[in-house]
Design a protein around this ligand. Structure first.
Ligand SMILES: [Zn+2]
Length: 495
């Protein structure tokens, strides 16, 4: 009986070979050549580290490159990248290593949507590598169209690379799944898969745990959880190792191939190994990127209730640290209606920021679009919306406001202000009339001063007419609805 069970993993390893050890959607980091691993040096390092255990936390810089096939808006949310970095830091909390983006994520025009690791090395890392940081390239797809192998992420190992050719590629779809990025960073720090077999199959009884498998003794032997055996996040397989002992792998280990949602932790042995490789190969990584500037925007009042057509008066506080040169900074106001998913930029401003200008306040007048009637809106003020300036942090570049348009106080048809000096507005609320509307301004003798065509599509309709050039006097504004010949006229006084 035992013998027949032990045949199953042999079959599995054949599968591994035909699929290079992975299935689509998994990590594609594979050991490809033997490497020197000095067990004695690692043992000595562990003893030394145990003796001098400190609470010092290493903080290491990551350069995030978001690679786009074509120009245009990024197809991954920068906020999501920061959220995943927080998640990585949660997972790494017990390791004494934390990460930060050394400068905000950069946008890179890549020209292709799919990269193999070799293509990423020459087309991306060779050209855009930022020294002394962990370079991560976020790609639409990783793989090779001909072999149709799609990987979630691939990293270099510290023992098989040198400073300038170390990097990680992440498929965008996997890069916010809660554990793949932490897994790839684990490889970057020298960790092998818990099911690694390059140096031999690790036995369940632990007898070869420091020379086979992942070289770590507190990670149980693992038959490769990508293929089967995990139900929910529990291993329920009955595979046996070459000695016939049943596996008891740990699907919560970050370096396993368990589903991404199951993977949560590193073992003390893995933490030691990461620090070992840090000391051996990675201690050039930068620990502070405060040389980048940081712009931020905020306001105290974040909720407004207005009528259609009203102008919002918005005082914003700007805080700018580390400014060594003059910057022209774009500020866009973007509007999104509740229940809609298209954001419109309704106003663009440019700020000139000089060194020494740390904090200041500017009042902006933002006319709310006339076409927007009763409803709730999200108005977002975004500094540097194109991400053209490298900063310490982009998250403080955004201030979100809630705007409630409430026209219930307006009569069903009203013209205001009256008397008027410059801009005259007409508000209508009815379901009956729609379609083309001709707007005409005439005097009491019937002489026309202006006329134009507009469109009424909603129950609420508001139109603005520039009357600044009219002489003092009394005039008539007429709306003519083309569809039903309906006509509405209003008297107003110009002063
Ligand atoms: Zn991996």
């Amino acid at each position: 009986m035992k013998k027949s069970v032990s045949l199953i993993p042999a079959f599995l390893f054949m599968l591994c070979i035909s699929l290079p050890g992975q299935k689509p959607g998994q990590c594609g980091t594979l050991l490809q050549s033997p490497f020197d691993f000095d067990i004695k040096a690692f043992d000595a390092f562990k003893k030394r580290r145990a003796a001098q255990r400190t609470n010092n936390v290493l903080r290491l810089g990551i350069t995030a490159h978001v690679v786009q096939e074509v120009a245009g808006a990024s197809n991954i949310d920068i906020e999501d990248l920061y959220r995943e970095l927080d998640q990585v830091n949660d997972i790494f909390l017990s390791t004494g290593i934390q990460f930060f983006f050394c400068g905000s994520p950069r946008n890179l025009l890549g020209g292709r949507s799919m990269y193999t690791y070799a293509q990423a090395a020459t087309e991306l890392n060779d050209r855009h590598h930022v020294p002394n940081t962990i370079n991560i390239f976020y790609l639409d797809e990783i793989g090779d169209a001909e072999l149709s192998i799609a990987a979630c992420g691939i990293s270099t190992f510290p023992f098989a690379s040198s400073e300038s050719n170390r990097f990680i590629i992440m498929q965008k779809n996997c890069s916010t799944n809660g554990s793949t990025l932490a897994h790839e960073i684990g490889h970057f720090f020298g960790l092998l898969h818990t099911h690694e077999t390059f140096r031999g199959i690790e036995l369940v009884d632990g007898s070869n745990c420091d020379s086979a498998g992942d070289l770590i003794c507190d990670t149980p032997a693992d038959p490769n959880l990508a293929f089967t055996g995990v139900v929910g996040c529990n291993y329920q397989g009955n595979f046996a190792d070459p000695s016939g002992n049943l596996y008891r792998p740990d699907p919560s280990n970050i370096m396993s191939y368990a589903p991404s949602t199951c993977r949560k932790k590193f073992t003390p042995g893995q933490i030691d190994l990461m620090h070992f490789w840090y000391e051996m190969e990675l201690n050039y990584l930068i620990e502070d990127c405060d040389f980048f500037p940081d712009f931020s925007i905020k306001t105290d009042q974040t909720s407004f209730t207005i009528n259609t057509g009203q102008t919002l008066q918005l005082p914003f506080e700007f805080s700018n640290s580390g400014i060594q040169q003059e910057y022209n900074l774009d500020l866009h106001f973007q509007l999104l209606a509740e229940n809609e998913n298209i954001t419109f930029t309704i106003q663009k401003e440019e700020l000139q920021i000089l060194p020494g200008q740390e904090d200041f306040t500017i009042d902006f007048a933002v006319p709310f679009p006339l076409s927007r009637g009763t409803g709730r809106y999200k108005l977002t003020a975004v500094l540097d919306p194109e991400s053209s300036i490298l900063e310490r942090d982009k998250r403080n570049n955004i201030q979100i406001l809630e705007v409630i348009v409430d026209n219930s106080q307006l009569q069903d048809q009203v013209l205001f202000p009256n008397p008027v000096q410059d801009q005259l507005k007409v508000f209508l609320r009815d379901q009956r009339s729609s379609g083309n509307v001709f707007v005409e301004v005439a005097d009491l003798y019937g002489r026309t001063y202006s006329s134009f065509k507009t469109f009424k599509s909603n129950e609420e309709f508001i139109v603005e007419v520039d009357v600044s050039s009219l002489e003092y006097g009394t005039y008539v504004l007429t709306l003519l609805f083309e569809r039903n010949d309906d006509k509405k006229s209003f008297l107003f006084h110009k002063w």
